[in-house]
Design a protein around this ligand. Structure first.
Ligand SMILES: Cc1cc2nc3c(=O)[nH]c(=O)nc-3n(C[C@H](O)[C@H](O)[C@H](O)COP(=O)(O)OP(=O)(O)OC[C@H]3O[C@@H](n4cnc5c(N)ncnc54)[C@H](O)[C@@H]3O)c2cc1C
Ligand SMILES: N[C@@H](Cc1c[nH]c2cc(Cl)ccc12)C(=O)O
Length: 534
């Protein structure tokens, strides 16, 4: 049966009621975005427990998150100081190849010369031993610890052109900006962002209830009719958003949607985190996330204003929480002596479907992979954009919209899973059982085949995971060439090609990096100026 446009708009015009259960980063990002998208044409409620805490460890993001802030019409100077935020130009991988080795995965598109990516040219004739330094300007900026903006706030000269916008301009989404690589992302305290967004959303009409949801009631069709709270009665809605974190209270527990584990290919299932004070007068704020390989996983280092978020992500099959905490404390040194450790058990994988009937899971309830490439908040942001894109009418087409949503969200997580598995499979390090097993553990089927292709032709759009999952082919090049455990060959055609233009491109990158390192302020200088109101 088809639904006419007028019938649909009549149903669509009724004010929709949305109840979001959970007030972590996912809950408040969703509330803020829906408010910004629909204004008071949608009736929004967020209910969060005062007893059940949120996950917040000091997070790193994708550069795409700027579209989220732009959608909310927020400037960096509005939210960054509130969230102890800093800039992230890359992920720096330490000791994944061998002790003392490091390389970067930067926010910078890799150039092509005569139709071949720079990685191919570099493999044919490595200018130095550092693929990342020869091919990307950002690598030098990270080593030098500088900000991607000058003290007057202007952005470094990149191919990317910042859009001029005024209050009436259209707002962009992630999908519209594929191809143009923005030069940086952020580090921030996710729980402070949730707090900031609480103010944003409630000032714009979102109802905020602090209470425990104690029951989720289903109607005869198996749809959620209401959630029951301890002190605020029953909350009814057209759409329920499950932002209850790893619990998946609505989606997994009440609706019984199965959780598909990724544990067979990504065994890290635990973390221990610390918030370490940082003396900004003396210590540099590195403009990158650092991922340092360890005996049973890796340690993240995320520089924030006045502190560093750090934690050890490990596989409980290979070490214990006590040993992991010891390794982390040794790594950080005396600065962590009085800081309490936060032990976290992670649920790795995704709900089979994230949207079931009138319930959609966003955040950890929908799915999570270990934070190696900082994808958690990207998953949330992507999911919210898709909710708006596939927002239900209440009519007969909704099944199809949900199906499209589930495909899109499933592809993003499955694609990211492949990308992360590649990190372990391609890491040269094999000095203990944990690292040896990364070479023999099963990988997602198609990845095994892709790796065989990549040995002879560096990753491009034709050979990476074929659906949108946030990561461009150049990211795969960075990991393969940086990790060093899989032999990658250059395209044979380059033996007959003239490399003059490629050598000129490497030289252009070197000169540009040298110039920017001279000119740019350090992150410490930049954020001191921002916080002083510039
Ligand atoms: C170790 C680790 C490191 C991470 N690092 C990064 C990173 O670098 N980059 C990144 O992008 N992401 C990272 N993430 C992910 C990121 O922290 C989360 O995606 C993000 O915080 C969203 O969490 P959430 O809102 O889904 O869940 P939570 O923060 O767990 O929030 C759950 C909410 O549900 C509420 N709730 C639960 N049950 C009930 C109930 N019965 N009644 C009422 N309310 C209830 C709670 O009160 C809480 O408000 C990391 C995660 C982990 C575990
Ligand atoms: N579109 C994403 C993907 C991305 C491109 N380069 C990087 C580098 C790193 Cl460290 C993470 C993510 C990415 C984005 O632009 O954020």
């Amino acid at each position: 049966m088809s639904v006419s446009g007028s019938e649909r708009s009549a149903e669509g015009n009724r004010k929709k009621r949305v109840v979001i259960v959970g007030g972590g980063t996912a809950g408040w990002m969703t509330a803020s975005y829906l408010t910004a998208a629909f204004g008071d044409r949608v009736d929004l409620t967020v209910v969060e427990s005062a007893q059940i805490g949120t996950i917040g460890v000091g997070e790193a993001t994708f550069s795409d998150i700027r579209h989220f802030f732009e959608f909310l019409r927020l400037e960096e100077s509005d939210w960054m100081p509130e969230c102890n935020a800093t800039y992230k130009l890359a992920v720096r991988f330490e000791n994944w190849r061998e002790p003392g080795h490091h390389f970067y995965h930067p926010f910078e598109q890799m150039s092509s010369v005569d139709g071949f990516p720079l990685s191919d040219w570099w493999l044919r004739n490595p200018t130095t031993s550092r693929f990342d330094k020869d091919s990307f300007v950002m690598t030098s900026l990270c080593d030098a610890g500088v900000s991607p903006r000058y003290l007057d706030g202007s952005l470094i000269d990149q191919d990317f052109v910042e859009q001029e916008r005024d209050d009436d301009s259209a707002r962009s989404t992630i999908a519209e900006y594929q191809g143009a690589q923005f030069p940086y992302a952020y580090h921030f305290e996710a729980h402070l962002l949730a707090k900031y967004l609480t103010g944003y959303a409630t000032r714009r009409g979102t109802r905020h209830i602090v209470d425990n949801v104690v029951d989720v009631a289903l109607d005869e069709r198996g749809w959620i009719s209401h959630v029951r709270t301890e002190e605020h009665g029953d909350l009814e809605a057209d759409l329920f958003v499950d932002c209850t974190g790893f619990r998946g209270l609505l989606l997994n527990k009440a609706l019984g949607e199965p959780f598909v584990s990724y544990q067979d290919t990504l065994p890290n299932d635990s973390a221990v985190a610390l918030q370490v004070p940082l003396d900004m007068e003396r210590e540099p704020i590195r403009p990158c996330t650092t991922a340092t390989a360890q005996e049973a996983g890796w340690i993240w280092t995320i520089p924030l204003i006045s502190r560093v978020g750090t934690g050890y992500v490990y596989a409980s099959d290979y070490t214990t929480p006590e040993q992991a905490e010891r390794v982390l404390r040794d790594f950080v040194g005396p600065a962590a002596a009085d800081v309490p450790a936060n032990h976290i058990k992670m649920r790795i994988g995704r709900s089979r479907r994230s949207w079931v009937n009138n319930c959609v899971g966003v955040g950890l309830s929908s799915g999570f992979v270990e934070p190696l490439e900082s994808t958690g908040i990207f998953f949330i942001h992507h999911a919210i954009e898709q909710i708006v894109k596939y927002f239900p009418s209440g009519g007969a087409g909704d099944d199809r919209l949900r199906e499209l949503y589930n495909r899109s969200v499933g592809h993003v997580m499955d694609g990211v899973r492949e990308f992360l598995v590649l990190h372990y499979r391609s890491a040269k390090r094999a000095d203990n059982q944990y690292w040896k097993d990364t070479k023999t553990r099963t990988v997602p089927d198609s990845l095994a085949e892709r790796i065989e292709f990549w040995k002879h032709k560096v990753p491009d759009a034709e050979t990476v995971y074929p659906y949108y999952h946030g990561l461009p082919p150049y990211s795969y090049n960075c990991i393969l060439l940086g990790m060093g455990g899989i032999d990658v060959n250059y395209s044979p055609a380059l033996d007959w090609a003239n490399e003059k233009a490629a050598l000129a491109e490497f030289e252009r990158i070197r000169v540009k990096a040298e110039k920017l390192v001279q000119e740019l302020p350090t992150q410490n200088e930049y954020f001191a100026a921002m916080r002083a109101g510039r």
